[in-house]
Design a protein around this ligand. Sequence first.
Ligand code: GLY
Length: 375
Amino acid sequence: MTGSARRTRVTVIGGGVIGLSCAWRLARAGTDVTLVELDPEQGASRIAAGMLAPITEAHPTEPGLLATGRLSVDAWPQFAAELADTGIDPGYTTTGTLVVGYSADDLAALEELAARLATLGIDVERLTGSACRRYEPALAPGVRGGLSVPGDHSVDNRAVLRGLQAAVAVAGVRVVAEGTGETTGADVTVVAAGAWTPLLVPALADLVRPARGENVRLTAGRHTPVLTRTVRALVDGRAVYLVPRSTGELVVGATQDEVGFDRTVTAGGIHRLLTDARRALPTIDEYALAETSAGLRPMSADGAPLVGWISDDTVVATGHGRNGILLAPLTAALVTQLVTGVGGAPDAEVVRAFAPDRFASGTRRAAHPTGGGTR
Ligand code: GLY
């Protein structure tokens, strides 16, 4: 080749937080990127609540996620600052998370959580009910106790998506709609199509499956008492989370059901969310009901995503389950390192935790160890 070397051509398939983040970082690393945008209305990224919560989303059956989630949460301040350079504020909020309980059994479950976190080296502050209400005066007086988790943050996921769309444009990514036939001729294809990835990459059949999550978006009135941090409530054993934004939006979620590619918003799901949220925050009665929605999380068997080469010319980035927004910076950095070498050698532990072939010798079934139902 004469003159400067030809740039590596990369096609990224997917228009959610993972596909956009990969396209952005790959273009900034000097590759020639085309993003084939799948219908953004369908994806999980729009429906997500935007929690960056490696600690309170940690689950005993998903040990690989805590360390990688913490790495990614540490990458968020820089990622958010660079997104804000587009002029779109991603709503990065660092007021932390409060976990609260309403019954004696809920308190026992919180104690179990605190003890488990302590064994992982994470100390959380135990709070009485009145201390919880000092943090968040709008909480219902019935709150019996809680835990303060200052390291779990949030972003406004829809603002993040808008910021990423602006950022990829600035970085020179060509964005084309699905089915335009512009995908041929790439040196490398990155498939980041969430729960739909196995339909494009049959080798992932049985490794990634959809899990429906329903949620509700509410809007506070000008004088309605609001939350200042994420609240995760255990209400008679059922978990519900409430994620406030400085705009007055409150996202209440989320159910988890294994019903295939069914995005129906059910009356039962929304009733359950509103009932439990109202136990924690009675003032939601005064909020406007802005939206009910359902998204399909791409779940893997061990909760960690599948990010890596699956053939000489194809990388996958899927299976982010309940943590796609959280893991976007780490995933984009890893994909960029794998494809371009920019950013140095990838962290061996992250490569191992996310390796798409890690199930090869064990079970290939993506069934979640805890089964379906609401988490
Ligand atoms: N990360 C919260 C959820 O998936 O519901």
